[in-house]
Structure formats: structure tokens, C-alpha cells
Design a protein around this ligand. Structure first.
Ligand SMILES: [Zn+2]
Length: 457
């Protein structure tokens, strides 16, 4: 694995740069230089990039052409101008998808992508190669904060691409193994009976780090802890991504793998947004994007420390710019400076998806975490899923812990649900397992009715 890593660094990457003009390492270098700058210098660079993006968007992108004269007349900070533009919800973006394509984009160079759709309708979008390479560079910079280099061996706990035929799947595995130095443990069929097989794979391959969904890493960790199994290799980090990483998950993962747990914050349709530093804080890559947090009801910008709806503006995706894109997450910015020496701005909190918020009949919000917290204190259940069909109607799926099930716990649970959501009708189903969605993610709290008042069309 060491040799593969060296070959990837010394041969594969230089070749990709020469033959395919891949610029990931150049962008990585730029990001690394920028992390030493003063916060003021970073803000200026971000404003300059945004100015170039706005210049391009109003001239080349039909969805933004109506702002051309305003933008030309505006003489203020581009960040202030951005704040006056409307929020771009996923629904609005999907409805006028074609209008967001830049009229100078070369169709043969567009990189098509889409969200998984595990939390609603899939959203299609196009990326430019530089945008994708800048996300990659951000990930490598974040990993480098933990001593991980390009080409270091890793094991991914991940949902394999399901749509591949046999030959494509084989090619995918070879590419993963020899060009990325990665092996895969499938996240969607993690099974206690295969734990030894998974651990053997880790011990033989000797990865420097693991990378996977928070819920899948947590499940693997719980299986190991239940059996008293150790990873058998020294890991620099276990990197959790794609889902909110809860504290109890972080603790179990750290204990089982005897390694620091590092949170990566990104989204298929938002890129790599922030990374945890060695001190444990989340730094946002202000070189790649502008982040705003607004009040979900009024759309008013919120000050650092206050939680609200995240809006992301990618600074490099000129083929299909999305300005103030409502990613669907609830976060808080921070004005603190980190002691780690990295200047990238901090996030104060990442609460997870707006989709995980529940709404009461009175129109107040309850975060899905609340149900998680209650369940953590009840020994009767192994896992659960709560689905809100309407503000006054929920289904609670419960997987019992066979030897420890106590009906009094169930009564306490129903009481706690009613305590937050009010007088709701609760249908309780006892099930054997909660199947993850096709992407491999398991969702504990699902709301099917709209959150009234939020910025949705
Ligand atoms: Zn830091």
C-alpha cells in the first residue's frame, strides 16, 4: 500500500496533470498558502472571486441577466450585492434548470451530477472540471491537517454505485484500488455476521484512514465494541462525511477505532464546504464558496452564533452558477479565531438538514436530534425511525433490544414525543430493522409534510 501510494503521488498525479491538465495539486497549493493569510486578506480574496463570478453570471447566465444593470450600477461590496439577490431554493433551481447554464459553456466539457434523492426529489446540475478539482483540493487540504497525504491508503465505508454492470463494477474496483489506493466496505449491507471479514480487510490493507457515512461508521463501531474487537491497525483518522456526526457517534467511533474522528462537511450539490481541524473546530473553505446563514422565515441574514438556513455560493462553477443556493442544512457561523493557526473562518454549529426538522401543529420547529437524544437513554430499543406524515400524525418504527425490552420505556417514549409535538396520533410499528436508503444512509427522522414559513416555493 505504501508503494501504491508512492506511485500514485510520483507517477499517476503528474501524468494526470500533464495529460488531462488536472490542476488539483495546484489548487491544493493555493488553498494551503491562503490558510496562512489574515482574515481580512481572505475576505478580500473571496470578494474578488465573487465579483468575477457576478460579472460572469449577469452577462452569460440567463437566470441572472435581469440583474445586469443593478450590478453595473452597484458600487458596493459584492458580498452586500449578493445578499440582495433572492434565495435559490432547490425547487426553483429544478424548475428553471436550463436558465442557469452559462451560454458560453462547452457541452462536451460539462460534468453532470445529481443529488441522491434519499431526502426528496433528485436535483441535477452541471459542474466545471475546475470546480470539481477545487472540491478535491479542499478535501486533500482538510485531510492534510491530520497528516494524510494524496495517495495514502484508505478504506471507505460507502454505498457502492448500484447502477453499474459487472464489467463497469470491475473497472470501478480496479480504479479505486490502484489509482486511488482505496478499498470499499459496502455501507448498505453492514452485517454483524460479516464483521470479521470487514476487520480482516482493514488489517490486511492497513489503511492510513477510514472514510465513510457517520451512521455507517457508527454502526461498524458499535458492532466492534459489542464484540470487543479492535481495528488492529493504527489509523491517523476516521473521517465522517455526508451526514450530521452526533457526539455519541463520534465517541463510539473514536473508541472502537482508537483514532481521532474528523468531520468533513460537504454535499453532493454544495462541494466540500468545511473540515475539522486538529483542535476540533470546523473551518469553512472561503476560497471556494461564500456561506450565508439566514432566518428561515424572513430570509434576514443572521449574526455569527445564530442557527439558520445555509445559503452557499460556489465561487468557481462558472458553467452553472447557483447564487445563494439553499442547500437544505441548518448551521451557525462563528466570528471566533481558531488556536490551530489556520485562518479559514469557523462554523459554530452544523445542525443537519432542514429535512430533519419536525413541525408542530402550532408551527414551531423541533429538531430530529431531539428524538435521538431520548432514544439514547432508553435501553429497550436498538434503533428507531420516526416519520412525520402531517403535523399531527407520526409513525414510530422501533427495533427492540430483545433481552432488555420494557413496555414502560415505550410509554415514556410516546410521552416524550407528545411533549414536543403536542397531541399527535402515533402509530407504533415493531420492526426487525430499519433499512438504509439506496445511498447507504439511514435516516432516523423523516418529515413528509412541508415546513410552513420556510423559504420554499
Ligand atoms: Zn482550527
Amino acid at each position: 500500500m505504501q508503494l501504491t501510494g508512492t506511485l500514485i503521488r510520483r507517477v499517476h498525479w503528474p501524468l494526470m496533470e500533464r495529460l488531462k491538465q488536472n490542476r488539483t495539486r495546484q489548487y491544493l497549493h493555493e488553498l494551503r498558502e491562503a490558510q496562512q493569510l489574515s482574515p481580512q486578506a481572505l475576505r478580500k480574496r473571496q470578494a474578488d472571486k465573487l465579483r468575477r463570478l457576478l460579472d460572469h453570471a449577469v452577462r452569460r447566465v440567463p437566470a441572472y441577466s435581469e440583474y445586469a444593470s443593478d450590478w453595473e450600477a452597484a458600487d458596493d461590496d459584492p458580498i452586500r450585492f449578493l445578499e440582495r439577490l433572492p434565495v435559490l431554493s432547490k425547487a426553483r433551481f429544478r424548475a428553471s434548470f436550463d436558465q442557469f447554464l452559462s451560454n458560453d459553456a462547452d457541452p462536451s466539457r460539462l460534468i453532470a451530477n445529481r443529488t441522491g434523492g434519499s431526502t426528496g426529489e433528485p436535483t441535477r446540475f452541471y459542474l466545471s472540471r475546475p470546480a470539481v478539482e477545487r472540491y478535491e483540493a479542499a478535501r486533500w487540504l482538510g485531510l492534510s491537517w491530520h497528516g494524510i497525504r494524496i495517495g495514502d491508503p484508505s478504506v471507505m465505508v460507502w454505498g457502492s454505485p448500484l447502477e453499474l454492470n459487472q464489467q463497469q463494477a470491475r473497472r470501478y474496483r480496479l480504479k479505486e484500488r490502484w489509482l486511488k489506493n482505496r478499498l470499499m466496505i459496502p455501507a448498505y449491507d453492514l452485517d454483524e455476521r460479516r464483521l470479521d471479514e470487514h476487520l480482516q480487510l482493514i488489517r490486511r490493507f492497513r489503511p492510513v484512514y477510514l472514510y465513510g457515512y457517520a451512521s455507517a461508521l457508527h454502526l461498524l463501531a458499535e458492532m466492534m465494541l459489542a464484540r470487543g474487537a479492535s481495528p488492529g491497525v493504527k489509523l491517523k483518522a476516521v473521517v465522517s462525511t455526508a451526514e450530521t456526526l452526533h457526539d455519541y457517534q463520534r465517541q463510539a467511533i473514536a473508541k472502537a477505532f482508537q483514532a481521532p474522528v474528523v468531520n468533513e462537511y460537504g454535499a453532493r450539490d454544495g462541494g466540500i464546504i468545511a473540515y475539522q481541524c486538529p483542535v476540533g473546530r470546523m473551518h469553512a473553505f472561503s476560497e471556494n464558496c461564500v456561506l450565508e446563514v439566514v432566518d428561515p422565515a424572513s430570509g434576514r441574514p443572521l449574526p455569527p452564533g445564530e442557527r439558520g438556513t445555509l445559503l452557499v455560493t460556489d465561487l468557481h462553477n462558472t458553467v452553472m452558477p447557483r447564487l445563494r443556493y439553499q442547500l437544505g442544512d441548518v448551521i451557525a457561523l462563528s466570528s471566533d479565531t481558531c488556536t490551530c493557526g489556520i485562518s479559514y473562518p469557523l462554523l459554530a454549529a452544523i445542525d443537519g438538514r432542514e429535512d430533519d426538522m419536525f413541525v408542530t401543529a402550532h408551527g414551531t420547529y423541533v429538531h430530529g436530534h431531539y428524538f435521538n437524544h431520548i432514544m439514547r437513554n432508553l435501553d429497550s430499543f436498538r434503533t428507531f425511525q420516526i416519520i412525520q406524515h402531517r403535523p399531527d400524525q407520526v409513525t414510530l418504527k422501533l427495533v427492540k433490544e430483545p433481552d432488555r425490552y420494557d413496555p414502560a420505556d415505550e410509554a415514556r417514549l410516546l410521552e416524550a414525543v407528545r411533549d414536543k409535538l403536542g397531541e399527535v396520533s402515533i402509530e407504533v410499528c415493531h420492526v426487525d430493522r430499519i433499512p438504509p436508503s439506496a445511498s447507504g444512509k439511514t435516516r432516523y427522522a423523516i418529515r413528509e409534510c412541508p415546513l410552513t414559513g420556510l423559504l420554499r416555493e
